[in-house]
Design a protein. Structure first.
Length: 345
């Protein structure tokens, strides 16, 4: 772990002010690393594929260690694929060949790799991609089974690499693809374990003890505290259909995925795209290292809150907003004029 990860920003400033002849607190603050935006937008995923014949896909991954904004005034040293959490959404079709080229950034401290649950082969590609800082490793696999699969770093300690942000999803479309919808969204839940309490200002320190004891400080969707709210909220209109590709990086906790005020019209349980989907489902259990695909249609405008229905986790960050605009539909829902959401965004 880099030395900077052992000190909060506040501690650095206090130390600078206390040492005679040292730089001023203002100078130290100006020189401190700037936290970058590691949140992956839920709409950042490729469009459905159109070709039915087998294709060759090249997937480029770069593993990076960056200081990212966890919440306002609070940052954390994330380990990422391509500087965002989750990593890029990979989309292929059953029968396609996939070439994975993974580069570990030269300024990394740790070895990293990638294990795709969609791979039939040793370690899901992990052994083939063990890369020291500055190295590039590659492997090729054929996508044999349709489904939505997690990928993650599998370098020991595996749970540490995952909790720091190294996870993503790969969709292997079935023959002919999936039914068309108006919007597709990419959401993943994870956990962050810190020595400091939630909301402590400055750069937080990873707690391996809390990780091993499965006591998260934060539960996050797409990397940060309530990341998919405000400007990052998901957008739709009344009458639209939407599909959410939802996965859990974990590394430890099951998610009870639920959208307050909506019912999932169709659920591909356990992200099986070849089994008959179930209909009219309120909440879906998704294990760490697992995924689901849910479809829903918006009939009424408003703010719909995505949660892990283990609701204590909402206050720790596991919440997002779907903003639906359009005409009212009083035949389905009629509220008093002063009615408003019962939960803050």
């Amino acid at each position: 772990m880099k030395l900077i990860a052992l000190l909060t920003s506040a501690a650095v400033l206090a130390l600078a002010a206390a040492i005679p002849g040292a730089v001023s607190a203002q100078e130290a603050e100006a020189a401190a690393p700037v936290a970058v935006n590691i949140i992956r937008s839920a709409s950042d995923l490729p469009a459905p594929l159109t070709a039915n014949s087998p294709r060759h896909h090249v997937v480029g991954l770069e593993t990076t260690e960056v200081i990212g904004q966890l919440e306002d005034g609070t940052s954390y040293t994330y380990w990422t694929y391509n500087n965002k959490v989750p990593g890029p959404f990979v989309r292929v079709r059953v029968g396609d060949t996939v070439e994975v080229n993974m580069t570990n950034a030269a300024n990394s401290v740790m070895m990293h790799n990638v294990d795709f649950h969609a791979v039939t082969g040793p370690g899901g590609g992990a052994a083939a991609t063990n890369a020291n800082p500055g190295e590039t490793k590659s492997f090729t696999f054929r996508a044999l089974q349709p489904g939505l699969y997690v990928y993650h770093c599998a370098t020991p300690m595996v749970a540490q690499h995952i909790s720091n942000g190294m996870y993503g999803l790969i969709l292997v479309e079935p023959d002919g693809g999936l039914p068309e919808v108006d919007h597709e969204f990419y959401v993943m839940q994870g956990e962050i374990y810190t020595e400091e309490d939630q909301g402590t200002p400055g750069l937080l320190t990873e707690s391996v003890e809390k990780l091993l004891n499965e006591q998260p400080t934060y539960y996050v969707m797409n990397g940060a505290f309530k990341a998919l709210t405000g400007d990052n909220a998901l957008k739709a209109e009344v009458g639209d259909t939407a599909r959410i590709y939802f996965g859990v990086g974990g590394p430890n906790k099951i998610s009870s995925f639920h959208v307050i005020g909506e019912i999932f019209d169709t659920v591909y349980r356990d992200a099986s795209l070849t089994s008959p989907p179930v209909t009219n489902v309120q909440t879906v259990l998704v294990p760490p290292g697992g995924a689901t695909v849910v479809d829903l249609k918006f009939e009424v405008p408003g703010s719909y809150i995505m949660v892990d229905h283990a609701l204590s986790r909402v206050d720790r960050g596991a919440a997002g907003i779907i903003e639906v605009t359009g005409p009212q539909n009083p035949d389905i829902f009629r509220g008093s004029p002063e009615a408003h959401n019962h939960m803050e965004h």
